[in-house]
Design a protein. Sequence first.
Length: 131
Amino acid sequence: HNMATISTDIAQKIDIIIRENNTSTINLVITDSSGSAFDLSEYSTITFTVYDDTGVHITKTQSDGITSTATGGAPSSDGKITIKISVTDASILPKTYKHKLVFVKNQVVDNVTTNIETKTWMYGKFKINND
């Protein structure tokens, strides 16, 4: 018997390079496997983190740095988001870190929040070059 393999890993490996002490803007168009826009309004949290073995060094969320590319407001059903890296974010030690972009969908029933979906959509190297 052959075992069937089912992959639910939709994460895309993308390496990002920015310059130390400079602002950076990362524009993403997020689609499903058929190429349709991914409805980001359904997700409770969208978190972009830059980290290494010592911990997390940059965190961006809908309340700080992740917005709809079109409106500048909350991420919407068009699947287009902008991640803004500030000068402060980019002032960490220039080297190669790792990054990931995670979508979390929660359901609230009778004031109890339950996680129903967590998806890593993007990951890879996050390099900060010397200014």
